[in-house]
Every structure is written in C-alpha cells, then in structure tokens.
Design a protein around this ligand. Sequence first.
Ligand code: ZN
Length: 360
Amino acid sequence: MSDLFRRLLSEREWLLADGATGTNLFARGLNHGDAPEGWNLAEPDKVRAHYRDFIEAGSDIVLTNSFGGTANRLKLHGLDDRVFEVNRAAAALLRAEIDAARAATGREIVCAGDVGPTGDLFAEVGGVLTPETARAAFRAQIEGLKAGGADVIWIETMSSAEELTAALEAAAEAGMPAISTMSFDTNGRTMMGVTPAGLARLAHSCAHPPAAFGGNCGTGAPDLLIGLLSVVSQLGDEDVLVAKANCGIPEYVDGAIRYSGTEELMADYACLARDLGARVIGGCCGTTPAHVRAMREALETRPRGPRPTAEEIVARLGPASAAAMELLQEGGGERPAEAERRGRRGRRAGREARGPEAAN
Ligand SMILES: [Zn+2]
C-alpha cells in the first residue's frame, strides 16, 4: 500500500469525500451551458475557493473539476485541443490547496482526479466509441490529472461496463490507482442496465480492479443505499465500498431540479452508509460544504450501529423506488432473462479467457 488513498484506508475506518462540483460552481457564477472545466484556466481562483471550501468542511478526499475532461466532451466547448492543460490545471489547483492545508494543519487529503463518461456510446449500441478510442480518450485525460498531482483517479457516474473497463485500463496504463462508481439511475440500474451486483462482478473479474467501487449520483440517497445494500453480502474483506449519493431526493420545483436534502438528512445518510459497510462516503448533486460538515460531525460523534435494513433506510431518508427494493430480491434484482444472458456470455468469456464477463 504505497499510494495515499490506500494508506489512509488502512489507517481509518472511513474516509469522507466531498460534495457536488457542478452545482457548487454554478453557485459561484458559472453559466449554465459553459464548461466547468474551462474555469480551471479562466477562473483558477474560483476553482481553488471551491476546493478550499470542501477541505475546510472536512473532506478527506476532494475531486478535481474535470468531470467532462475527455476530448469527447471538451469538444462541445472548443477545448478539445487542450485536454492535457485543462486536466493538469484541475489537479494542480487542488494540489496547491491540499498542500497548503497540510502545511497549516497536518491533515492528509487525497487529490482525486475526477473522470466522468465521455458522453458517447459504444459502436455496438449505435455510437462511435470502441474500446481503443475510449481507452485513449481516458488515457489523455488521466495523464493531465497525473501531471497536475492527482493521487488517485475517481471514475464516476458511469453507465456502461465497457466504458468503465476502458477507463480502468487507462488508469492502469498511467500507473494510477482508481476508484470507480456508477450511477444507478434507471430502475435501480445504470442507463445501460448494470446493477450494483453487476458492478461488483466487474470489479472482481476485470484485469485492473479498482481500489474501491460503489455508487454515485443516480436518483436519491435512499435508492443509492438500498442498491449498495443489495450487494454487501457478496463483498469480501478486501472490497472497499463507496457511497456518494445525491443530496436527498431530486424534486421539480418551478421547472428546475432541486435536491431536498437537509444537513440533518445528509448526516443521517452518512451514518447509514457507514453502518451499511461503505468506507468512502460523500455526496453528489446538491451537496454543499455545509452538508459535508454535518456529515463529518455525525460520522465522528455518532457510534457505529448495526447494518440498517431497507425499511430503516426509508424511515430515515424517505421513500425508495420499487425498482430499488426489487434489487434486494435474490439475484440482485436481475430478471431471469438477464441472468441467463449473462450466464451464456460468462461461459463464452470464460472459454475465451478474456475480460470481464460482468455487468450490462
Ligand atoms: Zn450527481
């Protein structure tokens, strides 16, 4: 265990991650439609202030402002020829804040190079991506994050097992450890049909296993925790589970999405996530530094409890979807046809001795 993330995990029961990047940068004046990553070059002081807020709120892990930092996404903003520069700046600005905090307080904080989906689909589902082009796009981004001083790569909000695999390969090629979280936002599954159990299988079977895996974003905090609850019995002692849920439940108010989560609710969520077995805990959309501060205080002051049931999660955090509750049934909520298809694919993959059989 040489890298900072794994070393801190070996020393502590849990690590607190940060909250939302996008929603908090919008609150600092980023215009809707503009690339948040462009601010790494144009508004470095605002990006540093954003990082500093989460460091001061008590985050042990802070994500860089580089969610859309592949050329595929930067292209939409005319920044695709500056992939390395944009990502290096994202990490270097965070590195500077982390180093300053360490000099002042002695705290050790992980600089997590954030990698989101390319936004493109793979050729087999009608898109343009291939495993090679996806891996190359992620590799170019990760090299920038590495040059800027990232300790670990955090691959998040993934929907496709193939795309996640490509990103994990790119991180491994760059010599970086990786955390990977998927967004289970469609009937308890990712948009491409991966269940939490499918992600666990992928993490257990892929050539470059992530140092930690779990869920981020999605619908609400209750669904995310129930999704993770559906896989905890399949995890081993070496598995590190991640929960980075949205701030409560998204609601439409006057045509815009708002997140219902209060500081009290996110404090409850953080403790439920810990009691469920998650060791890396943070917030996604809507989560502010004030929420993170409340989560830290709760995790530090409330004693650990027994693993919560789905009913307890709902009673504390609010209603879950029927699809999330279905995940708790035997088979991780996969319908018989999916399990059968996966079984056939798995047997074929086994015969060919290749790649992850898991998860789509
Ligand atoms: Zn989110």
